[in-house]
Each structure stands twice: as structure tokens, then as C-alpha cells.
Design a protein. Structure first.
Length: 115
């Protein structure tokens, strides 16, 4: 399974970005998809996850600002990020799990929020 993430960039605090991550090459069904992020010098942390039947969860630190959605027909997951804060600056990595079971990771997309 290959994951291609896009949508990162530079935005001012209070702004918005939409990340996308498309999965391809899977011969088995993709179950959960989602996002982690990693700030410089810190551990990777979970941001949001969504299952193939639409059940989702976002971490408390971004709840009310970030929304995760998914298009199963396109095997694509989206992360709508609003009211961005400088502390949201990180590399955002998408992941997908299959029924094998196995987890796959995308290459990451950098989000930079200026104050």
C-alpha cells in the first residue's frame, strides 16, 4: 500500500488548511485511516482516525478545530484544519491499516503556522 499525502504549507495563525492522503496499491480492504503529527524533537502523536464505516475520533488538543473525513471510493482521507495555532506546526503523517493486519505510513507533509 502506498500513501501519498498533500496539502501542507505555510499559513498564518487562525488560518485553515486541508490535508489529503490517498492510498493505492492495496489488494485487501483498508480499515482505519488517519493522521499523526510530529513536532521537531518530539515524539509522534495521534491526531485523528476514521474507520471504513465512518466512525472517527480526534484528539482533545485539536477537537473543535480539526475534522477528519474519508472517501472510501477514492481510498482517501482528509484532515480539515481550522483556527490553526503555532503549536500545530509539525510534519503530519497519514497512515492506513488493513485486515492483514498491517499498518502503512505516508511520507508526511509539513504544516507551518506562523504567529
Amino acid at each position: 500500500v502506498q500513501l501519498q499525502a498533500s496539502g501542507g504549507g505555510l499559513v498564518q495563525a487562525g488560518g485553515s488548511l486541508r490535508l489529503s492522503c490517498a492510498a493505492s496499491g492495496s489488494r485487501v480492504s483498508i480499515n482505519a485511516m488517519g493522521w499523526y503529527r510530529q513536532r521537531p524533537g518530539e515524539l509522534r502523536e495521534a491526531v485523528a482516525i476514521i474507520t471504513n464505516v465512518g466512525m472517527s475520533n480526534v484528539e482533545d488538543s485539536v477537537k473543535g478545530r480539526f475534522t477528519i473525513t474519508r472517501d472510501n471510493a477514492k481510498n482517501t482521507v482528509y484532515l480539515e484544519m481550522n483556527i490553526l495555532k503555532p503549536e500545530d506546526t509539525a510534519v503530519y503523517l497519514c497512515f492506513a491499516t488493513t485486515a492483514t493486519p498491517r499498518a502503512y505510513w505516508g511520507q508526511g507533509t509539513l504544516v507551518t503556522v506562523s504567529s
